[in-house]
Structures are given as structure tokens and as C-alpha cells.
Design a protein around this ligand. Structure first.
Ligand code: AGP
Length: 613
């Protein structure tokens, strides 16, 4: 998500803010900006594009005094969620008076309602962002005390936020607050640095205070005073950060991939945020921009993607057929674009792409458009080419995915596909009660993923036992068949071990000839339909002396007896089981690759986005 930096102290703020933003560039972003206070006036500079472009503008257009004599400021790298990556949408945003500036990381769910109310009171907005609504709201609440105004405003806000706010009327203090998005305060010598993560702080100080949800702090050059949103003082311990700047970028994890695996509970909460209608038992996906009548008229869904996104398309196929009674097909995007597909205006083509820039998937979108089909994109990068050319769709809101091997994007894709199928189903034969039941299942997804992450050490121990083999098989059925495919892809792309994902019933049709003691088989034996058949397949593998890594539902001793090693899953429905199970296979692949000393975040021969054919 976005990056925040704030500074107040004895040194010039401008250059420190820019260097802090550079420390946050790894997070991925599409625009940047800063605001500094000098002589009771705010100086704001914002630009689409990179921090270097922002720095160039500052160095070209600001006087040396403007850069060196401003001692307080805030800065931001934006990863667009609401509104395209433009200068107008870049942060900082100001209130109506232009005297209060704010930078924000998170999602204001009720921003439209806040904006409408303020516009009715005469406020004029300049951006499409949710954040600007909060800036104007703080301005509307301001009565000479910035802390009081922030606390008052936050009482009306739903969603997540990590914010830093300054006012031209209060030159020596900044207000920061946290609700669901991290804020760290670095306590320096005659200066204080705030940021969305420690990477921007450790260059200046290692003494840090990590805010907790609903903490608000008044920050000055001499430190910070913490309160809660009810203005009651709170005490937070000062931690010493021992990470170096590079490790801080990864939040203390050894690799971005591991950080992103562990981010999945929060990432999936963001994917779900504001999108479940507990009244009607449906999903709220406004970006689809399809009426109930149009959704009811769709007579076929074609899901296209590549790599991991192709695997999520395979799961989406089952979701649409099981929940919405709509015939669905899955197409590898490169195949789809060249085989002259048969489409009609009642067909919906769903293009799935984390980056939104994969060449074959983009070409598939253009081919589908050419043939008059309805198009929807499922992308993670706001404003990406596929998202724009699809014209409608659903963003993952999973935050930037830096590791080449896709992890949180995949589980977010499944979560979004499940919500889409729910929404289409409720426009057709799915009852309100079944819709409510599915909403409850969706809400449990983050905790199911957390339960798997808690088993990280056990999974690492299994991984180390099998790190020296040359071949792996992954087998599953039903919703878990695509998970077997995805698990094999994760292993091969970061550990360089040859791994195949197969439908469990397919082994007998040839691949079983390859099994021997050196070829372990990961068998997805979760307690969902198909379990008994896959257990038989696991028996067949054992009969050929292949070691079996049994992925089982916790407490399933019968299935556990088939495993030379076991990985326990929390109990979940067939529809939801692919998500926690994939997380276990992500960890298995990660720890195998780690044991083999592989580079992991940038595997050989691979790119994060395949923008060529
Ligand atoms: C998955 O781990 C790989 N990085 C790769 O298969 C990727 O999923 C594929 O290139 C599609 O990328 P996209 O989702 O950005 O379109």
C-alpha cells in the first residue's frame, strides 16, 4: 500500500522527506508528493510517477531556502486504490482552507458519504481519492487545535488509516494516527521522524514507537505524546530496531515473498473490506458496473489468465458453475487470443492479472472486445492497462506484491472470484440464506489463513526433509485440483525443483510410471468431497514407494496415516479450502527454496510481469 514519511526537527525537512520516500520505493507506487511548512505557509509539490521526478521538480523550482529552512513536513508514495495515478490524486491532500495537509495509507470506506455531506456544505474537491474527504473533514472539525480536529474527524470515519497531518497554524507539531495501517515514530536527537514502516526511520534513529489501532500522537522535535481517539493519554514502549534499512523494507522478514505470505490475513481483509452485504447476503462490487438484469443475462463466463492467474481462473470456473449456475470455461490467455474463440454479447470474459500488464492476457481482452463480449478485469494494480481496457472489474486491494512468485495476489483473486460468483448467484437461483452463509464463510478466510501461518515451523520442518529431491508431484481433486497446480508452480519457480501438479485421478494415466522413492507426492487430502478417492490415489503412490506429504484437515487420523509427513489444515468448506491450503503450499515451497539457498524474491529467468509474448 502507500508509504508515509513525516519530519519535525532541527534539520531541513525537504531533503529528509525525499530520502525517506526513496526508502519506501520498494513498496511499489505510482505517484508521490510532499508538503513542508515555512513561515506559516504550506509548500506542496506532487507528481505522478517516481520519487525522482518529484525530487527533480523540487530542485528545479524551489529555492535553497525553501528546501533548507522548512523544519516540518510530510510526504507520501501512493499505490492507487481509489482514483487513477495522477498528480491531482497524489498526496498530500489539503482541506478547503489549504492550511491543513494530510497523507494517508489505507482505505476510507465511507468516503463518498463524507464527501457528499461536505460538498453540500460548500466544500470543493480536487481529486477522486477517498483521502481528500478525510482532509476536508479534519478542516471542517478544526477549531484551532489540530489534535482535537483529528480526533473529532476520526469518529466519523470507517475503514483503515495511517495518517500524518500538519497545519500552517501550528508550525511546531504534527498529528499522526493509526487504525489498521502501521505508523512508526522514530525518536531522534532534536528531531522526530514518522513513517508507515521502519525502513524510512532506521537511517536516523533506532528508537521507535509503534502506534496501535486508535492511537493518536502529537509529534514535535522533542518526541511524541500518545493518546487514544478519546484524548486519553496512552503509554507505548520504545523499541530498539536492530534491522538494517534493507531488512526493514521487508518488515524484518528474510524475503519479500515471506513478508507477503504473512501479509495475507491483512491483505484478504482489505480485499473483503466493505464488499459483503450482510443484509442481502451478497457482495458489493461497484466496479463491475453491471445491473442485476445484465448479470442475470450472462449465459457463459470465460476466465482467462496466465500462470498463477490461470490457476485462480480454474477455481473461479468451479465457483461460477456451483454458485451461479452459469456455464464457465477456463482459457490460457495466449491460446485464447489466437484460436479465434466463439463468443457472444451474453458471454462475460473475466481477465485475471495481478500486474494488469501481462501481454497475452491484455491481448485476450482485446480479442474478446473485438467479438463483442462483456469484459471484466480482476487486477491488483489500479490503473493498469488490463484494468483500464477491461473498463469494469474488481481490484484485489492486496497491496503491492514485490516477490516474483505470486502469493497474496492469488489468495486475493480467489476471494474476489468467490465474491463475484456470490453476486452473480444472488441475481439468479442462490437464496438469501445461502448468500448469508457464504458471506460468513468469506469473513472467516483471514482467520483460516492465520491458522496456517501459525504452523509455519512445522511446515518448514517438512520442507527441509524433502529439499534435496529432484522431482515432486502435487495431486488434488475438485476445488483442490487447481491448488495442486499452483503448489507445483510455487515450488518449481523458486526452488528450481521439477514439480508437476495433476488431478489425482490422472496419475494412473501415465505419470505414475515416474514414481519411486526419490519422488515425493503432495496429496491434498482435506476433508472435502473427493477426499476418499484422493486417499486411494495416495495409497497407489505409497505402493510405488513414493513418500507422501499428506495435507489433511486437522484431526483426520485416517488421512494422516497415509502421510510420511503431514501438514494440518483448519476445517473449511470445499469452496474456501483452496485459500488456506495454498498458503501451506506457499510456505512449503518457500522453505524448500530457502533450504536450497535459492534467491527466492527474484528467481532466475523470471520477471514479475511478462509484458512480452
Ligand atoms: C506466479 O508466481 C508467476 N509470477 C507468474 O506465473 C504470474 O502469475 C503470471 O506471469 C501472470 O502474471 P499476472 O497475474 O500479473 O498477469
Amino acid at each position: 500500500m502507500c508509504g508515509i514519511v513525516g519530519y519535525v526537527g532541527r534539520r531541513g525537512a525537504t531533503d529528509l522527506l525525499l530520502s525517506g520516500l526513496r526508502r519506501l520505493e520498494y513498496r511499489g507506487y505510482d505517484s508521490a508528493g510532499l508538503a513542508v511548512l515555512r513561515d506559516h505557509a504550506l509548500r506542496i509539490e506532487k507528481t505522478a510517477g517516481k520519487v525522482q521526478a518529484l525530487a527533480d521538480r523540487v530542485f528545479e523550482t524551489w529555492s535553497p531556502k525553501e528546501r533548507s529552512e522548512a523544519h516540518m513536513g510530510i510526504a507520501h508514495t501512493r499505490w492507487a486504490t481509489h482514483g487513477a495515478p495522477t498528480q491531482a490524486n497524489a498526496h498530500p491532500h489539503t482541506d478547503g482552507s489549504g492550511e491543513i495537509a494530510l497523507v494517508h495509507n489505507g482505505i476510507i470506506e465511507n468516503y463518498a458519504e463524507i464527501r457528499a455531506r461536505l460538498e453540500a456544505e460548500g466544500h470543493r474537491f480536487r481529486s477522486e481519492t477517498d483521502t481528500e474527504s478525510l482532509a476536508h473533514l479534519i478542516g471542517a472539525c478544526y477549531e484551532g487545535d489540530l489534535l482535537q480536529a483529528v480526533c473529532a474527524a476520526l469518529k466519523h470515519v470507517q475503514g483503515t488509516l495511517g495518517i500524518a497531518v500538519i497545519s500552517a497554524r501550528e508550525p511546531d507539531r504534527m498529528v499522526v494516527a493509526r487504525r489498521g495501517s502501521p505508523v512508526v515514530i522514530g525518536l531522534g536527537d532534536g528531531e522526530t521522524i514518522v513513517a508507515s514502516d521502519a525502513a524510512a526511520v532506521v537511517a536516523h534513529t533506532r528508537q521507535c514507537v509503534f502506534l496501535e489501532d486508535d492511537d493518536v500522537a502529537v509529534v514535535t522535535a522533542n518526541g511524541a505524546e500518545l493518546r487514544n481517539v478519546h484524548n486519553v493519554p496512552v503509554a507505548r514502549e520504545v523499541s530498539r530496531i536492530d534491522w538494517d534499512a534493507s531488512a526493514a523494507e521487508k518488515g524484518g522478514f528474510a524475503h519479500f515473498m515471506l513478508k507477503e505470505i504473512f501479509e495475507q490475513p491483512d491483505a484478504l481483509r482489505n480485499s473483503l473490506r466493505g464488499r459483503l452485504d450482510a443484509g442481502q447476503g451478497t457482495a458489493v462490487l461497484s466496479g463491475l458496473n453491471l445491473s442485476a438484469r445484465e448479470m442475470a443475462s450472462v449465459d457463459r463466463v470465460v476466465l482467462v489468465g496466465c500462470g498463477t492467474s490461470l490457476h485462480s481462473a480454474m477455481v473461479g470456473d468451479y465457483y461460477f458453475e456451483d454458485l451461479a449456475d452459469i456455464p464457465a470455461d477456463v482459457e490460457q490467455a495466449a491460446e485464447f487470443r489466437y484460436r479465434n474463440p466463439i463468443l457472444s454479447p451474453q458471454n462475460l470474459v473475466v481477465a485475471i492479472s495481478q500486474s494488469g500488464e501481462t501481454a497475452d492476457t491484455l491481448a485476450a481482452v482485446r480479442e474478446a472486445k473485438q467479438k463483442g463480449a462483456l469484459i471484466a478485469g480482476i487486477c491488483n494494480v489500479v490503473g493498469s492497462t488490463i484494468a483500464r481496457e477491461a473498463g469494469r472489474g474488481v481490484y484485489l486491494h492486496a497491496g503491492p506484491e514485490i516477490g516474483v512468485a505470486s502469493t497474496k495476489a492469488f489468495t486475493a483473486q480467489l476471494t474476489v472470484l468467490l465474491m463475484m460468483a456470490l453476486k452473480f448467484g444472488r441475481c439468479r437461483r442462490l437464496s438469501r440464506q445461502k448468500g448469508l452463509d457464504l458471506c460468513a464463510e468469506l469473513e472467516r478466510i483471514p482467520e483460516l489463513v492465520s491458522a496456517v501461518l501459525a504452523r509455519n515451523d512445522q511446515i518448514a520442518a517438512v520442507a527441509r526433509r524433502f529439499a534435496d529431491v529432484r522431482d515432486f508431484f502435487y495431486i488434488g481433486r475438485g476445488y483442490l485440483y487447481p491448488v495442486a497446480m499452483e503448489g507445483a508452480l510455487k515450488l518449481k519457480e523458486i526452488s528450481y525443483i521439477h514439480a508437476e501438479g495433476y488431478h489425482a485421478a490422472e496419475l494412473k494415466h501415465g505419470p505414475i510410471a515416474l514414481l519411486d522413492r526419490q519422488v515425493p507426492v503432495v496429496a491434498l487430502l482435506n476433508d472435502v468431497p473427493g477426499r476418499e478417492k484422493t486417499m486411494s490415489n495416495a495409497q497407489e503412490c505409497r505402493a510405488r514407494h513414493s513418500p507422501v506429504i499428506a495435507v489433511i484437515t486437522e484431526g483426520d487420523h485416517e488421512a494422516a496415516a497415509l502421510g510420511d509427513a503431514c501438514i494440518e489444515m483448519p476445517r473449511a468448506s470445499a469452496r474456501v479450502a483452496p485459500i488456506p491450503t495454498t498458503v501451506a503450499l506457499q510456505l512449503l515451497a518457500y522453505h524448500v527454496a530457502q533450504a536450497r539457498g535459492c534467491p527466492i524474491d527474484q528467481p532466475r529467468n523470471l520477471a514479475k510481469s511478462v509484458t512480452v509474448e
